[in-house]
Design a protein around this ligand. Sequence first.
Ligand SMILES: Cc1ncc(COP(=O)(O)O)c(C=O)c1O
Length: 370
Amino acid sequence: MRVKFFGLDRQYQEHRENFLEIAERVWSSGKVLQGDEVKSLESYAAERFGRKRAVAVGSATDALAFALEAAGVGEGDEVIVNALTFIASASAILRVGASPRFADVEETFYQPDFDRAEKLVTPKTKAIIAVHLYGQTFPTARAEAFADKHGLVLIEDAAQAVGAYDGERPAGSIGLASCLSFDPTKVVGSFSSAGLFLTDDDGVAKKATMARYHGRDPETRRIVRLGFNSQLASDMAGMLEYKLRQLPDWLERRNEIADRYKSGLADIDDLDLPKTRPGSTHNWHKFVFRAKRRDELKAFLKEREIDTMIHYARPVCDEPLFAELGLPEEARDVPVARRLGEEVLTLPLYPELRDEEVDYVVEAVKEFYK
Ligand SMILES: Cc1ncc(COP(=O)(O)O)c(C=O)c1O
């Protein structure tokens, strides 16, 4: 049995009629950019994520850079960010000319360690990009208290946490601005690159709107700054709204699969299975666990045609781009993230995965440790 890592192809087959209907409507209208679907997605998402304003953009990577820029972060400023995350969380900092300071994650839920991040704060620190990792939420009140204490702008990287909650608060509702990703590998994945910028501040939303389209002021339509082209296509916006409306069902199935993995693998002493932080929900963007002899296990599963991935093999600060910046030692002192890089493994998890495939994966892991 072949178990693929992603299920976007199966999702397409299951919802084909709906997707094609949206494509037909948009394409036959000729309004393939800046169409009604984009506005509709923005107003639906603002309500769904408890925000005043939503700006659809080309990617969360762009959204993060737009957020820093809107917050006035630039040359000479320092920004704290998770060490264990996708590269885009940190590259946004370089894009605006600021300098990253890497915060380690804690051992249990792999969320940012705000206690240890204290030592990263200097008079130059202007913002913190806090990343919800793997699909559950970091403690949002703790993040806010950290930012308040040090007078920092809080930017929420919710790329992986769409649909997750911290208590009553949805991921996407925290800080000055929140950045969501609809990259094809995400819980709500577009058939393209796509992202969303969320904020409660009209001025910040306006800055993101201008950054998204060539620096054009949305009211005067004059070009007032240097901007980008980061538009979300109308067909993708229409399909994303449709997909967001399916999310409750998809989350239920994702949780079922996670439970099936957890109960199937519970008796293996050599594994440290994922734990959900009390108070948080999990969208199971990634089912990440720690494994003894990780690389051998990965190779063993590959032989059985089971795809796995590693999130992440090393902290972002150890990638050459960041390692060559010559950052001070304490700005990349992240022992937990480094250790996790050698131990973590991610199993396939998407709503379209069948129970027999999940069981096949479980049996293969058990066989390896037998
Ligand atoms: C934590 C995190 N931040 C940012 C991004 C960037 O998102 P995008 O691919 O939409 O640019 C991703 C994923 O791709 C991510 O996982």
